[in-house]
Each structure stands twice: as C-alpha cells, then as structure tokens.
Design a protein around this ligand. Structure first.
Ligand SMILES: Nc1ncnc2c1ncn2[C@@H]1O[C@H](COP(=O)(O)OP(=O)(O)OP(=O)(O)O)[C@@H](O)[C@H]1O
Length: 362
C-alpha cells in the first residue's frame, strides 16, 4: 500500500501546498508548530476538504478536486489515533477494542483481537475500565482499536505528545513493532526529532505549509540543509546499524556500513538491527588517519558536500560506506584542512547514541 498526496489548501493566513508519497513503513510529517502537519493529515483522513488536489491509494482515489471525488471519512478505511486517546471512558478496554472491530469491512482480513492485544501488550488490561488506564496504556488501546478496524493505513497525530518521557519509552517499542510486523503503513505527525529519527522510514519536512525536504530518514537527516531546520544542537545523521558484540569492558560494538562503532552497552542482542544518531556537532574531521586519540570511533570516507551558513560554521557531508555523515566544523578549520568535495577524510565521532534511547530528551 502506498498513499500519494498532492494538495493545496488555504487555512487562515497559511497556504498549505504539499506533494509526497507515503510508502509502506512510517512516513513522518515533521515540522514546527503551525507548519501545516495537522492540516495535511486531516485532509488525508477526510476531516478537511482541501481547496485543490488529489489524494489516492494505489487502488482508490480518496479525493480529487478536478474529478469531484471526495470519499467520506467512514469509507476511507483509515485508522486515526489522536494525541488524546479518545477512548470511551465508560467502556472496558475490550469494549473499546470491539467497537473498533465494527468498522472492519465484512470480507476484510487482518489481525484479530487476540493478535492485537498481544502485539500491544494489553491482554492484562482487557477488563479494566478505560478511564482508569495510564496515558501510555490508553494510547496502546487507541492504537489497537484503530488497527481492529482493519485500516488501509494508520494516521497518527502526535500520538506521544501528551505523554511523559517514561510513558513514551513504554509505547515506542510497540510502534516499532507495528512498523516492522503489521504491514499497515503509518502517516505520523510529529515535531520531535528524536521520535522521527527512531521511528520513521520516510520523512516529509514541512515549513510554513511548504514541503522543504522529503525522502528516506537517512537521506533527509544527512542533508546539510537540515542543520538550518533543526538547529545545530539537534542536527545529525541517522545510520542503520547492527549489533555485533557486547564486550567485557561494558561497551557494545555495532557495525555500520562504513566501519564499526563502540558505545556504552545497549540492551539488544547480537545481530539485532538498530539505528544510531550521530549529531553534526559531535564529529571532528581529520585529513590524516588519526593516531593517539582517546576517541574510539573513527569512520573514514570521502567528502561529498560543504555548505557554509554565513556564520563561522560550515556543515560538511561525508560518505562513509553507503552512509552519509554530517560534521559541523568552523570555516577556519575547513580552510586550514583545505577541505573540498571528493577528498578522502576521517570522521572522529565523539558521541554516538542509539536512536532508541534519546527519544524522551529531544
Ligand atoms: N480553523 C482555522 N482557522 C484559521 N487558521 C487555522 C485554523 N486551523 C488551523 N489554523 C492555522 O493554520 C496553521 C497550520 O495549522 P496546523 O494545525 O495544520 O499546523 P501543525 O503543523 O499541525 O501545528 P501543531 O503542531 O501546532 O498542531 C496554524 O497557523 C494554525 O493556527
């Protein structure tokens, strides 16, 4: 399943004008408050009728202003999860879940109640009144209710925004599992860099109603232009990694396409896939292979781009294996090292974090 969206809509003073594809996996609509994310997801849901454009899955046109098609909300077969779970407080968890099942088309196939309660870890809650659940539990039930309607796609609008960081940590693994196991694509609105870095497979960045970036998560985060979007403290690449080995000295070794990285022990078994985030401000560059350094993590590669932002800093993009890495250094250092695209270079990485551990913080 994939969704294609190409719409324009005037809302207040803002003109929202976007065109993107949401393939399988999690497509994050990412941007600051007021950038138009909710407007787009509401248009996909059918809660808002855009002035112009087209929204279609592979098999059905949901909206087409030219052809005067506008499929009503309940026929779009999309599951919506809001920031506040919107459960029926007087019903039990089971009651809320079976309510979702009423919206599944008669002939549809998909997960049943047991599959969903297991996937989301809510089996022990089935007989609880939903009013008595914690915020994280409520959100898991809301996701279960949406999934039981056998939607073509899940729409999630800041589903973690109302939760504290412990509750976020509780729910994130379930979202990862949804992404990796159910095959239901998810359109996910967020303004949290860490959440997007951890969960998204595709990222669409909105600014003032316009799309300023779109592509795979790795591509988007390794674009030097993202430094301006995210600010220097949050900008950095996201690299796919595999757990290699846990060493006796408390370090875990990960392999990335350009080499290996060591970081304080993480709680994943060898061969597990994960993602690491390397912030641009945590990378130092060297033309020569560094020796006698305390830093454990050095990735070698070739410079692919140098972008100056007008101030004293420049952003250097490097290819290491098949990954792209960003480094933010001073213009002075870039001049002194005679850095230019095509040159071999070494990245000394001062700090690596597994994308899964920093979600509560940024
Ligand atoms: N009914 C409305 N009338 C006028 N302006 C509106 C209306 N609804 C939203 N807006 C404005 O449109 C802009 C886009 O809103 P939207 O909710 O799509 O942004 P967003 O990126 O989802 O923001 P947030 O993260 O704060 O929810 C905002 O400036 C908002 O104030």
């Amino acid at each position: 399943m994939s969704l294609s969206v190409d719409i324009s809509h005037q809302i207040g003073d803002l003109t929202v004008d976007v065109a993107f594809q949401a393939p399988n996996g999690i497509t994050a609509l990412f941007g600051k408050s007021g950038s138009g994310k909710t407007t787009v997801i509401n248009a996909v849901a059918g809660l808002l009728t855009p002035n112009d454009g087209r929204i279609a899955t592979q098999s059905e046109v949901l909206f087409d202003s030219n052809a005067k098609i506008n499929v009503p909300v309940h026929r779009r077969r999309l599951g919506y999860v809001f920031q506040d779970s919107r459960l029926f407080p007087h019903l039990t968890v089971q009651g809320n879940l079976t309510y979702g099942m009423r919206f599944a088309p008669k002939q549809s196939t998909g997960p049943n109640l047991e599959d969903i309660t297991e996937l989301l870890g809510i089996t022990p809650l089935l007989h609880r009144r939903s009013g008595s659940l914690s915020g994280g539990e409520k959100q898991r039930v809301a996701i279960g209710r949406a999934l039981l309607s056998h939607p073509r796609m899940l729409l999630m609008d800041e589903p973690l925004a109302a939760l504290d960081s412990a509750r976020k940590d509780e729910i994130l693994p379930f979202l990862e599992q949804l992404r990796d196991t159910t095959g239901v694509p998810i359109l996910y609105v967020s303004h949290s860099v860490a959440e997007v870095a951890r969960l998204a497979t595709t990222v669409v960045v909105l600014e003032n109603g316009k799309m300023v970036q779109a592509g795979s998560t790795e591509q988007v985060f390794s674009d030097p232009a993202m430094v301006r979007q995210l600010g220097i403290r949050k900008a950095g690449s996201v690299l796919p990694a595999e757990v290699k080995e846990h060493h006796n000295d408390g370090l875990t070794e990960l392999s990335v396409s350009g080499g290996r990285l060591f970081l304080p022990q993480i709680n994943l078994p060898p061969t597990a896939s994960t993602r690491v985030r390397i912030l641009a401000q945590d990378v130092i560059l060297s033309r020569d292979l560094p020796a006698g350094l305390s830093a454990l993590n050095v990735l070698s590669g070739t410079i692919t781009d140098i972008r100056s932002g007008g101030g004293p800093g420049v952003v250097v993009q490097m290819r290491c294996g098949s990954d792209l890495l960003l480094a933010r250094i001073t213009q002075r250092s870039a001049n002194a090292l005679h850095l230019e695209p095509g040159l071999p270079c070494h990245a000394i990485v001062k700090s690596v974090s597994v994308a899964r551990h920093d979600v509560g913080n940024t």
